[in-house]
Design a protein around this ligand. Sequence first.
Ligand SMILES: Cc1cc2nc3c(=O)[nH]c(=O)nc-3n(C[C@H](O)[C@H](O)[C@H](O)COP(=O)(O)O)c2cc1C
Length: 224
Amino acid sequence: MTPTEAVATRRSVRAFTDQLVERETLARVLEKAQRSPSGGNVQPWNAIVLTGEPMQTLFDRVAQEFPKGRAALKPEYDIYPDGLDGRYEEHRFGVGEDMYAALGIAREDKGKRLQWFAQNFRAFGAPVLMLVHTPKYMGPPQWSDIGMWLQTVMLLLREEGLDSCAQEAWAAYSPQVREVVDIPADHIFFCGMAIGYRDPDAPVNAFDVERARLEDSVRWEGWR
Ligand SMILES: Cc1cc2nc3c(=O)[nH]c(=O)nc-3n(C[C@H](O)[C@H](O)[C@H](O)COP(=O)(O)O)c2cc1C
């Protein structure tokens, strides 16, 4: 698989088959991903890779919070900035709408939307959930390094025939995550990542996720 193929075939997968993932396969991916670049070679990423019983314990613990609704959501950072607007907000809104359309869930059907959102907290049926954390003193440059590492992991997963969905949603339940999983107190819990084999028949894995036009993201200077 070329890098272009890995990039082109990676998408956020939100329905997985029951097929288990071998630890050796993930270890291979994560070992290779250690080659990811980072400013000053700081390598600020830390991860816990869950499967089986501890993962199920986490799912059950977080599910206990669902009846409390939004009051239970306590992310340790702002998942989106206040004042997200223009094309940024359009894309954020658009991907949600396109996803619910693919699932056949109407905009007004808040109950079904919430039910679907709760799938985040079962890792969309994936057999593996990776949780990512970093020391609290790390700043935006190091968070960006973590992003590079996450993308490297996601592309290498493609090479192994695996798929993933990065999941900031888990941050909303960080106190419960910390109850079940040992994340150092002086680290911030950033996100989860569902990992497994894609269900090729699930419509939620097949809708188009639009991208900005290149000219909206990139400006050229000094070129003819
Ligand atoms: C750091 C990060 C966190 C994300 N968190 C979630 C999440 O909690 N739930 C979810 O369904 N998708 C999540 N996504 C997936 C994005 O919605 C997705 O990457 C974006 O819409 C582009 O679509 P694509 O990944 O299918 O190309 C996340 C992606 C990233 C990079």
